[in-house]
Design a binder for this molecule. Sequence first.
Ligand code: MOS
Length: 763
Amino acid sequence: MTTAAPEPKANMGQPIPRYDAVAKVTGKAQYAADVPLARPAYAYLITSAIAKGRIESFDLSEAEKLPGVIAIVTHENAPELKEAKFFSNGGYISTTNQPLTSAEIAEEGQIIGVVLAETYEAAREAAHRVRVSYTQATPTASFDSPGTTAARAKGQLAMFKDDPKVGDFAKGFAEAEAQLEASYETPTQHHNPMELFATSCVWQDDQLIIYEPSQYVHGLKNGVATQLGIDADKVRVVNSYVGGAFGSKGSMTPRTAIIASLARDLRRPVKLVATREQGFNIGTYRAETRHKIQIGARRDGKLTALRHEAVELSSRADAYAVGGAKTTTRLYDRPNVDSLVSIIRADRNTPGFMRSPPEVPYMFALESALDEVAYRLLMDPIELRRVNDTMKEPIGGKPYTSRSLMACYDEGAKAFGWQNRTPEPKSMSDGDWLVGYGCATACYPTQMAPAAARVRLQRDGRTRVEIAGHEIGTGAYTVIAQAAAERLGVPVEQVSVFIGDSDLPPAPVAGGSNSTASTCSAVMMVCDQIRQQLFRSVMPRESVLDKAKETVGVGKTPVTEAAKGDQPLDRETAFDALGVSVVEEYGEWKPDGAPIDSFRAMHNGQMRMVGGPEFKHGIAYAFGAEFVEVRVNRWTREIRVPRLLGAFAAGRIMNPLTARSQLMGGLTWGMSSALHEATEIDERYARYVNDNLADYLVPVNADAPSVEVILLSEQDDQINPAGVKGLGELGNVGTNAAVCNALFHATGQRIRKLPVRLEKLEV
Ligand code: MOS
């Protein structure tokens, strides 16, 4: 005898304002370095001034004399740590070049000492008074340095599976009516999140609490425990908010275990806030890449052959590669495909994930090359993509779970005014400005990973959701609250969300754009367990079983279906019938096709991400079409970008407000990476030169006056219960190529090496 309550208002998909907005704008939001500590010692890093060689001696006399200095730690007296396995080989750490273990120097900026002092200022001053004598060797800086050799990526790291190929490329290319062969290059880039690499370590007896911005609290917890040789249950990582990350805070860096062990020895909390300059070396970055693309096509635009050969740079210690040919070889229909990814080792720090790791550099090459093919064939670049659009990837013949690429192009083109474009290069102008329109495809694999959640519903509707997800600025709090609100039929204002704490049920790394899909799927499943509990008290037995079958445990049951069957539930009646005031449930969710050891790995802080080209039900990607207008001044060559526009389809959009912000940020970043961003390297010393926000160019509002985002509706019931594809990394994938394609249209000049600065133009 339930009295019908009003249908709960749908929450998922609504433009709910950001959960954490008030906390952030009022300054209440506490970031890792904001957490007050009792009587902390301050740490300041001493870093290497050379990139290769060895330390002969330290002169600490001037530093030790300073008042307030507690200790100076070098490889000669550092606490010993255990080794941790490389992140991309199934471990935790961002680099296996573990500092403070010997006198050897393997990269510029390597940590060679830590000063501990009573104040930050004393620690900094002492660090600058340390004199280091080195024996210096000539480092290998980059691709063109002497002494480099390229070796195939396959076999060097677990994350890189294979070089995709199909058919007979040589034959397909030779027989093509049009052939293109071109080389492209992308530069070194650093993430530069606003929040610096901070770490505070506090011991309470044998328990360690780490306040550190992290995209993966369970990974960090387990990684630090490994290095300290203690039980992971003794370690807790806390960060309610992360001030930007973009991949740089996805894996554990060596600094954390070092600070933790120093705090243990000192029996005091230790706080480190590394400087922005140091962050260029003690974290990861996007390494430079080179690409050779060969495309064969028929006169009607049909592609007959593609070869994508790429070289990436990594450190001596670790073979890291992003390997984006897995995407570029599958994106369009063509019978003959070949690819090869190689790695060159240099005396540099180990690179790592940076927003859209594989797709940004690799799609720049492919989408620039396609534009070149379109000009050769005198075809509209959108039509060229339409002719080669496919619902089946060519390598394994797997169907796309859904693909709205051409719908994105059509919507985007209409909104952008693509029909006003005259195709010939240099054919459009406005006074002193040459005008160019360009477009390119954005795509990003749909990825998911196992996640656990605990949800508590009170009789009055107040709900508490616990899941160790991460708010890296993306809107994680908001979408998790929406998922719970919808499944429990409570107003979103009644949902409290607790994330960013490794004491909470484990969730995957907030990387690979998997967070919303994974955390919301887990939260929805646990909310359904709660509904089951409640229904059990008010529904006949058989019906409960039906309901259970319908909503729980079957990972791929579409949400819409599951939600539909519910009769309106009066929550309070159900609670009364059950005789309780609170129902709490815990559950562990894993995506279809997740490996057998998924849940164990999840608790151990190890990634078991599935999706993309290797998804169980096909190939799963989100798509977008990006449009750029550039203006180049005829006399000064000044480049302006008055308009950026992207149309995107990424399954269910949980929240159009936060999604739009992500995609705007992506488009802006993509434009920035085409025109502004690059880490400049002094080749003589293998040293990053512009390691600060004054010299590392990023755009300001005046550089991006109009950024428009169009969200297409798309339903995909195969990917995960939330129906979410993920879009955090989708926005900046096509933009590099779209900018260069627009520049070609404006000037007739094809720039194949990023970033495009005005000295590269010859108009
Ligand atoms: Mo992203 S580069 O996977 O944080």
